[in-house]
Design a protein around this ligand. Structure first.
Ligand SMILES: *Cc1c(COP(=O)(O)O)cnc(C)c1O
Length: 354
């Protein structure tokens, strides 16, 4: 039970006492010289979890994705991705600005490219056309509400890409949420991709950092790009130490966040003026629509009233569109907090009956 129930994002999680202790006592060195033992330990632990040869600590998920794109493409190439994905929507156009690649966003129904869509999107050899340099997938899918694709779906897409000689990048910012939700080892999701990024600083609760994992060759190239982007950190073991605690102790408990999200979604689904696609609530994200009876369609007013009404009741939620609100559960929100959030939403919407 917390004073404020903050459901805006799982990036708001605070480091645990064990993380702070590990950070204080971390053995460190200069990581640009590859002499930080704690960073090395985290990188090999992450690579091991994902069944890859090597790992690279980066400052953020955004940097991990950018490093992965730049390390695997050349200027003027095209990257194929889902139109709702994070790389295309929320990474400041970095692939275009830094990577000099053009993006080929494809509309999907669940956020996941199908093998047929990938086959169709990969450009044939033709003097008029950009060369397809990379296929990107995202799991769990942020904008689609934390939905998961299966290892088999990833394998099928990767097979099409591989047949065309195109590498595959997995934006797995919340990959461990997918692994826990589907009850599969994380390495099942990464076996068929060339590079993968995951975040330590979201549901896993570490203060800073993400990892890029892949072959030794990919990681060596990624390391150079990271340096170019200003991501070569020195005694980064201070950060890595918290990441080790996150990987060792914070993965299995994600199931609790998923249960809390389910509890919230089930309650929201019954409230007047709110609707939620319950099938999309597979992990720790709940996106719901706000349509107050009597309001003109598309009106933002009820969404604003809901965000403000929640804030007045010490519950923070985040609007992601004129009629959409996103709630994210995480380790700093417990079942009692979810009950508070449900109560707040219930009070606000109680008067909405048409
Ligand atoms: C959060 C997120 C990122 C970026 O991570 P940052 O650490 O915030 O830069 C990338 N992809 C997805 C799907 C995310 O949810």
């Amino acid at each position: 039970m917390h004073d404020i129930v903050d459901l805006r994002s799982d990036t708001l999680t605070l480091p645990t006492p064990a993380m702070r202790e590990a950070m204080a006592g971390a053995e460190v060195g200069d990581d640009v010289w590859e002499e930080d033992p704690t960073v090395k330990r985290l990188e090999s632990m992450a690579a091991g979890r994902l069944g890859k040869d090597a790992g690279l600590l980066v400052t953020s998920g955004t940097q991990g994705n950018l490093v992965s794109v730049v390390a695997q493409t050349r200027a003027g190439q095209e990257i194929v991705l889902d139109a709702d994905c994070h790389i295309f929507n929320y990474e400041v156009g970095g692939a275009a600005v830094v990577g000099n690649v053009q993006t080929r966003p494809i509309k999907t129904t669940r956020g996941f490219l199908t093998p047929a869509q990938v086959r169709e999107a990969i450009r044939p050899a033709n003097i008029h056309l950009a060369v397809t340099g990379l296929v990107c997938i995202e799991n769990t899918h942020n904008r689609h509400g934390g939905t998961c694709c299966t290892p088999e779906e990833i394998a099928a897409v990767a097979e099409v890409a591989r047949a065309a000689g195109v590498p595959v990048h997995l934006d797995g910012a919340r990959l461990f949420n997918a692994a826990v939700a589907l009850g599969r080892p994380a390495s099942d999701f990464t076996r068929h991709v060339d590079s993968v990024t995951f975040c330590l600083s979201k549901g896993l609760g570490a203060p800073i950092g993400s990892l890029v994992c892949g072959s030794a060759d990919l990681v060596a190239r990624a390391r150079r790009v990271r340096k170019m982007l200003g991501g070569g950190m020195r005694q980064a073991g201070v950060i890595a130490a918290a990441g080790i605690v996150a990987l060792e102790t914070m993965v299995d408990r994600l199931a609790e966040d998923h249960r809390n999200a389910r509890m919230l979604a089930d309650a929201v689904a019954k409230m007047p003026g709110l609707s939620v696609d319950l099938a999309s609530v597979q992990t720790n994200i709940v996106i719901f629509r706000v349509e107050r009876p009597g309001d003109p369609p598309g009106s933002e007013e009820a969404t604003r009233a809901l965000v403000a009404g929640c804030a007045a009741r010490k519950v923070r939620v985040h609007s992601i569109g004129p009629t959409a609100i996103r709630c994210v559960t995480h380790k700093d929100v417990d079942a009692d907090d979810i009950a508070c959030a449900i109560e707040a939403l219930g009070e606000i919407t109680a008067g909405w009956k048409a």
